[in-house]
Design a protein around this ligand. Structure first.
Ligand SMILES: *Cc1c(COP(=O)(O)O)cnc(C)c1O
Length: 353
């Protein structure tokens, strides 16, 4: 077991109304920090939330060496606080760390840090339907030198923010622009990790799409500009001829835990799933001939995001008359049902605090 030192805050913040929260604006009372020095993690501590102080030479400020995770703590109607598949986030955090030469964190330390922190901040987990406490673990290279080389010092930090349901106005299909200029990631790059720079590089395309009235972009592969990769910062799936098709994890796609959970749920329902390459031409043809019935994004923030239309090269293609499909709805209800303890967790995904 780790020893995590706790420093009590002089006073606690007044909790905001949990009914009306903007994503990621409000911080909780505490944060968890740990330092990586001389080959090991030290000085694990939960301290009052405050600004960080870093040396202007710090590696992250120059070369962007930062990775993160995103997961949520949920409050059930029995007033239990629980987490969803946090071991999976820990594994992925290490894969991200590895890719940019940051140190790993053991699975037991990961679980302990997150569970102890959530216990301290338990009162910040909203008791409002669809709301949750969003947890943001992150790590950055923190060497006090300007050289470009694998860092020997790093900082781990865990912060949290209460968030409303993504769908305050109900689950609503969104309009998506197929991006044909920028690419999000390439095989051999960093797209299969939660590396901060990926998100900075994706902003221009989503900004331009937003300006044209689209919610997000659909990313295509960087070489052929044909194969579908992701939608915004979510994985994507299509229902074609009653088969759920999602792009296979080819090295440039982020391996989403929601994606993986959807595949497991679908298989348990005897719905056929194919993980395979799928092109934008195939998708447009399937919309035109009526075999493509549903399309949705998957990710922790929104859970499931139904896609109402795709716009490709100036033409707009409606999907399922911009209504939510049965499989999309079933997945949303099953995932949120398990997360909020409304239905039985037959997959063993839940960890209670
Ligand atoms: C985080 C993320 C996802 C979704 O992953 P989840 O584990 O389901 O939250 C998908 N794509 C990208 C690019 C992401 O950063």
């Amino acid at each position: 077991m780790l020893k995590i030192k706790f420093t009590k805050a002089k006073s606690l913040a007044k909790k905001p109304s949990f009914d009306n929260l903007k994503f990621g604006k409000v911080n909780t009372d505490y944060m968890l920090l740990a330092d990586y020095k001389l080959g090991k993690w030290t000085n694990h501590r939960i301290v009052p939330f405050a600004n960080l102080s870093i040396h202007p030479f710090s590696t992250v400020l120059h070369y962007g060496a930062e990775i993160f995770e995103g997961l949520k703590a949920y409050r059930t109607n029995k007033d239990d606080v629980q987490l969803f598949r946090l071991d999976e986030n820990g594994k992925r955090f290490n894969e991200s760390a590895n890719r940019i030469c940051l140190p790993e964190i053991s699975s037991s330390d990961w679980q302990q840090m997150i569970l102890e922190f959530v216990k301290v901040e338990k009162d910040w987990v909203p008791n409002v339907d669809g709301a949750s406490l969003y947890l943001r673990p992150f790590m950055f290279a923190n060497e006090e030198a300007l050289g470009v080389h694998p860092p020997s010092n790093a900082t781990f930090c865990l912060v949290a923010s209460p968030v409303a349901s993504y769908y305050s106005g109900g689950l609503k299909p969104v309009d998506i622009l197929v991006e044909t200029n920028d690419v999000r990631a390439v095989k051999g790059g960093t797209g299969n990790t939660k590396f901060g720079g990926n998100y900075a590089a994706s902003l221009r395309a989503s900004k331009l799409a937003n300006e044209k009235g689209f919610a997000q972009v659909l990313w295509l592969d960087g070489i052929k500009r044909q194969y579908i990769e992701e939608v915004g910062a979510m994985n994507i799936a299509f229902v074609i001829d009653d088969v759920v098709v999602t792009p296979s994890l080819n090295g440039s796609i982020l391996s989403g835990i929601t994606r993986k959970s959807c595949i497991e749920i679908l298989k348990s329902l005897n719905i056929k799933v194919e993980e395979r390459p799928i092109t934008i031409d195939e998708v447009i043809a399937a919309i035109k001939n009526g075999t493509l019935k549903e399309c949705f994004g998957t990710g922790t923030a929104a859970v499931i995001a139904p896609v109402g239309s795709l716009n490709h090269n100036g033409s707009s293609y409606k999907i399922n008359n911009s209504e939510i499909g049965n499989i999309t709805k079933k997945l949303y209800d099953t995932l949120t049902g398990i997360q909020y303890g409304k239905i039985k967790d037959s997959f063993n995904w839940i960890v209670k605090i």
